[in-house]
Structures are given as structure tokens and as C-alpha cells.
Ligand binder design. Structure first.
Ligand code: F6R
Length: 243
């Protein structure tokens, strides 16, 4: 694992976007694993700018997002599908057919998880997985206690995560869906390359436990220690508890 510390959030997002763009230029049919959330927005804004002004070409790329809230339709503005359309997909030339998120409306979540795994395999596997980190150390929505071998499935969200994500739900943690479909830790580890991005002091403790702590299902981000090709990009605030 390589850890790169940049002075601030802007510099972190610049580097992450430049690396993603470089991978895409080297391999136009790149299979991207994508994340949502506040950390990712600035990265996607940069990719959109590179598409508009630098011709960054998504025409042959495919994408698989980490997760989706259970109970939200794709059209729901609070869904992760809506986030991805608004932040990235609507502004670049990616083929909509090749953009994937787990369905939040599947009646059978076990079947949906299996179908999502099969779709990733059919696409040739994920080349580059982008990750944020939760304040509780989650990656995707793999909450503390998730199996490190887990695959795409439904997961109950912790109180901490619902509070962390309440902003989109009128600030009310109780309004945040209680469950989500998420790639498992095992799914994430199967990607050929990982880039984990962390910004802000609120992530410092989680990042230190992920990178320097013992490998534990209680901090699912610690599983990145097992990956042979993993880059962590943090700003100084998020890196503040690293030794
Ligand atoms: C989102 C996801 C989560 C977030 C994490 C950080 O698709 O899988 O693991 O990356 O919760 O979220 P932000 O960036 O909003 O702090």
C-alpha cells in the first residue's frame, strides 16, 4: 500500500482525478468501480472538466458503483443513481447501458447481489475501484462487523452512518434508509487496483485504524491492507493521526 498526503482537499481530488484519467487514457475500455458521497463530488467535477476541455473519453468505459439505498427508486434525487447521473454520467460520454448500480428496489436482494456480481464478472472484473471511507471505517456500506470475504448483498446501516449521511435527508438520520445494497469487502478486494480517498479531520481516526491498525472486520477499510495495488490519498487533516 502506498500513502500519499496532499495539503488539502483540492489537491487530493486533483491527484485522484488525474490518476483516473490516466488509467482511462491507457485503457479506454476501463471498468471503473465508483463511489458516491461528498469526497467524490470534486473528483467527478474534475473528470467532467477533463472531458469537456481535454477530450477525456468515456465512450468505451463501463462502471459499477459500490452501493445503493434500499427503498429508493433511481429517479429519487436522494438515490445514488441520481447522484451519479447529476455528478458524472449526464456530463460525460459514458454509455448509459454500461453504468451499473445495484438496484435499491429488488424484491429479492440475494438474487440482486448475485446478479450484480455476475455482471461485474461478465464485464471482465473491475480495473480500478475508487473508495471513500466512512467515519466508522466502512468502505462501500460494509459496516463494522461485515465479513471481509463478503460479496454484494443487503446490509443494515449503522446509526453512525445514517447520521453521517443525513444531510441529503433533511438532516434527519431516521429518514435515511435503514438498509442498502453494497458490494462486499471481497468484491472490492477483487478489483485490480484500489484508490482510497480521505479528506477532513473527521476521517483521521478511521484512516489511521484502516491503514495502521490491525486487520479487522470492525474497520472494513483495514481490508485494503490485503490488496497488492492500493493507493491511499489523504489531505493533511485526514492524515493527522497517522504515525
Ligand atoms: C459511498 C460509499 C461510502 C462513502 C463514505 C464516505 O458510495 O460507499 O463508503 O465513500 O461513507 O462518504 P463521504 O465522502 O460522504 O464522507
Amino acid at each position: 500500500m502506498e500513502i500519499v498526503v496532499r495539503p488539502d482537499r483540492q489537491a487530493v481530488c486533483d491527484l485522484a482525478a488525474r490518476l483516473i484519467a490516466a488509467r482511462l487514457r491507457a485503457r479506454p475500455a476501463l471498468v471503473l468501480g465508483l463511489a458516491t458521497g461528498r469526497t467524490m463530488s470534486d473528483i467527478y467535477a474534475r473528470l467532467v472538466a477533463m472531458h469537456r476541455t481535454g477530450g477525456l473519453d468515456f465512450a468505451s468505459a463501463a462502471s459499477f458503483n459500490l452501493d445503493e439505498y434500499i427503498g429508493l427508486a433511481p429517479e429519487d434525487p436522494r438515490s445514488y443513481r441520481a447522484y451519479m447521473q447529476a455528478e458524472l454520467f449526464d456530463h460525460v460520454n459514458i454509455d448509459p447501458v454500461r453504468t451499473h448500480l445495484p438496484s435499491g428496489l429488488a424484491a429479492d436482494t440475494t438474487a440482486e447481489g448475485a446478479a450484480y456480481e455476475a455482471a461485474i464478472v461478465a464485464a471482465g472484473g473491475i480495473d480500478l475501484q475508487l473508495l471513500g471511507i466512512g467515519e466508522n471505517g466502512h468502505i462501500g456500506f460494509n459496516e463494522p462487523g461485515s465479513s471481509l470475504a463478503s460479496r454484494t448483498r443487503d446490509k443494515t446501516l449503522s446509526r453512525h452512518t445514517r447520521a453521517q449521511n443525513a444531510e441529503m435527508f433533511g438532516g434527519d438520520p431516521a429518514a435515511v434508509p435503514a438498509r442498502a445494497m453494497t458490494m462486499g469487502v471481497g468484491t472490492i478486494l477483487a478489483a485490480r487496483e484500489l484508490i482510497l480517498v480521505a479528506t477532513g479531520a473527521a476521517k483521521a481516526e478511521a484512516l489511521a485504524r484502516a491503514v495502521e491498525g490491525p486487520l479487522t472486520a470492525m474497520v472494513t477499510a483495514s481490508a485494503i491492507q490485503l490488496h497488492p495495488l492500493c493507493l491511499v490519498i489523504a489531505d493533511e487533516a485526514a492524515a493527522g493521526r497517522l504515525t
